[in-house]
Design a binder for this molecule. Structure first.
Ligand SMILES: [Zn+2]
Ligand SMILES: [Zn+2]
Length: 195
């Protein structure tokens, strides 16, 4: 695994700036990989890892950068829970570890560097220095990952009987003998405007 400073440099380049969230995300992902025994997640271990992230903020980009898990590769799964946490799954062994940032780490960051002005700068430095045990909680967990969730999954594509759009990866809903997409089944985040 690359050193923290090297990963932070890459995270800054990829994300556009360095911030406390990046530092936290890089360290969170490094810890997750290390607990799974993966020292080269973007190299030799790249097909072995999937990551569930629970927040869509700066840390998400950092986790993706360290692990190489990306949405477009189906190796990054987003659960919109608004929590600074992520679970790393070893697809070979099924072992999974969830790492979450301790709520107390914010207050601790404030006390470590009272001389620095600005919360972000304070946290950026403190989150680099703090021991992992002060920053994170580690839980070994079980994640049910059916075949259609795996990165390389191939299956027939079905067509929604209502809107006619194709659906991949078994995301269809079967109701009253009909095959529907999730939108037509009522799980929709948009409403179509009439023109
Ligand atoms: Zn940021
Ligand atoms: Zn539909």
């Amino acid at each position: 695994m690359e050193a923290l400073e090297e990963l932070l440099r890459k995270a800054e380049a990829a994300h556009g700036h360095l911030c406390a969230g990046q530092v936290l995300g890089v360290r969170l992902a490094m810890l997750g990989c290390r607990r799974l025994g993966m020292d080269d997640p973007r190299g030799k271990d790249r097909k072995r890892l999937a990551a569930f992230v629970e927040i869509d903020r700066c840390a998400t980009d950092a986790i993706s950068l360290v692990t190489g898990c990306r949405l477009g590769k189906r190796a990054l799964k987003f659960r919109d829970w608004g929590k600074m946490a992520a679970t790393f799954v070893d697809l070979e062994t099924g072992r999974a570890v969830r790492i979450s940032a301790r709520e107390s780490s914010k207050a601790l960051a404030r006390t470590l560097h009272p001389e620095i002005e600005g919360k972000n700068k304070q946290q950026m430095l403190a989150y680099r220095e703090m021991p992992e045990a002060d920053l994170f909680e580690v839980q070994w967990v079980n994640v049910e990952l059916p075949p259609e969730e795996f990165p390389g999954y191939k299956a027939e594509r079905v067509v929604c009987e209502k809107c006619g759009e194709g659906i991949n990866f078994r995301r269809e809903v079967r109701r009253d003998g009909k095959v529907l997409c999730r939108a037509c089944a009522g799980d929709c985040y948009y409403s179509v405007l009439k023109d």
